[in-house]
Ligand binder design. Structure first.
Ligand SMILES: [Zn+2]
Length: 336
């Protein structure tokens, strides 16, 4: 299984020495020059999966039903002076012949954000927001962070979706990493005027193929209980799912929902295998590969919280999952 640090993006390591201005700052990240990318955001300390790195309110936020920056340049004028200055320092890839600088800065730095925290609100039209620090995070098609908008506090949360050693550049995605690389390229070039040179984009045929396999894995991971009712989770099922995990890690897609689904499946398979092995069912085999039930449960919990789940809610879901697997296993034993 490849190490996470195989990605080139992780190789943009600084010397790990904070600059003078940073030594007064409690922020666990810093903004610095990144070779061939301009400014970027770099981890100042080590982060583990699920660690919260940045919480930030936007400099400017536009609601879907309201004016846009193009129609309401006055929104900028209403900002406090410090925020105006911060806004004007952000990158602008659009020449003035294309649009006024205020609009160009907005289009270069804005993220879509969902207005509601509720999971069923995915279809709501997004707000668009520009941030002082978070807008400095560069794009990768294999990003190492999860971006979560908290409508209740009007703040964006950035968390680690895998281990991030100090000195590593933080990355996020500007366009859906599951789009074919040619489509990603076209939109990144049109809107942000850069060519992505992440490992996925440098080897597009192989990467597109792996990403397609992950996208198509949804059905395979959908029904967790089905296999437990009819048969023990064979070593093949475990191997298949570990292969999906390796694909997620090779492609650096831990920020995507497929990672949560793979972790959940591994957690359930491991639970059943461990439970059966403890009770001497030798058709299962006691040699559970990977992190084991507790390990996957811990990883999934961290991933879920980074994606906005609350601790109490996660606890409830975990109990329900454990109960589901217990019932499934006993049904299988009794042939019911
Ligand atoms: Zn890329």
């Amino acid at each position: 299984m490849p190490e996470v640090d195989e990605f080139d993006e992780e190789d943009i390591l600084s010397d790990g020495v904070a600059s003078d201005s940073d030594s007064y700052s409690p922020k666990p990240y810093r903004i610095q020059e990144i070779p061939s990318k301009g400014l970027g955001v770099v981890a100042a300390i080590d982060f583990a999966l699920g660690d919260l790195i940045i919480v930030e309110s936007p400099l400017l936020l536009f609601r879907p039903e309201g004016p846009t920056i193009s129609s309401d340049l006055g929104a900028f004028e209403k900002l406090e002076d410090g925020k105006k200055e911060a806004y004007m320092k952000l990158d602008n890839v659009h020449p003035e012949s294309e649009c006024p600088p205020l609009v160009g800065i907005f289009n270069t730095n804005a993220y879509d954000v969902q207005e509601s925290d509720h999971a069923d609100s995915d279809d709501d039209p997004p707000c668009v927001a520009v941030f002082n620090d978070i807008s400095r995070i560069n794009h990768s098609c294999s990003p190492n962070t999860i971006r979560l908008w908290r409508a209740s506090s009007s703040a964006m949360h950035i968390s680690a979706c895998r281990a991030i050693p100090a000195g590593t550049e933080l990355t996020t995605y500007y366009r859906d990493p599951f789009l074919p690389s040619s489509e990603r390229h076209a939109t990144l070039l049109a809107i942000y005027k850069f060519r992505c040179v992440c490992p996925s984009c440098l080897n597009p045929a192989a990467s597109d193929n792996r990403r397609l396999r992950l996208r198509q894995s949804r059905g395979r991971l959908a029904d967790l209980v089905a296999w437990a009712r009819v048969a023990p989770p064979s070593p093949d099922l475990l191997a298949d799912t570990l292969e999906l995990l390796a694909l997620v890690q090779e492609e650096g897609l831990e920020s995507q929902h497929v990672y949560g689904r793979v972790l959940r499946h591994l957690m359930c398979i491991s639970y059943v295998m461990q439970m059966c092995a403890e009770e001497g069912e030798d058709d299962i085999g006691s040699n559970v590969e990977g992190e084991g039930y507790e390990g996957y449960k811990r990883m999934l919990r961290a991933w879920r919280m980074a994606n906005g789940a609350e601790e109490v809610g996660v606890g409830r879901v975990e109990l329900a999952e454990e109960e589901m697997m217990r019932v499934a296993v006993s049904r299988r034993r009794t042939g019911g």
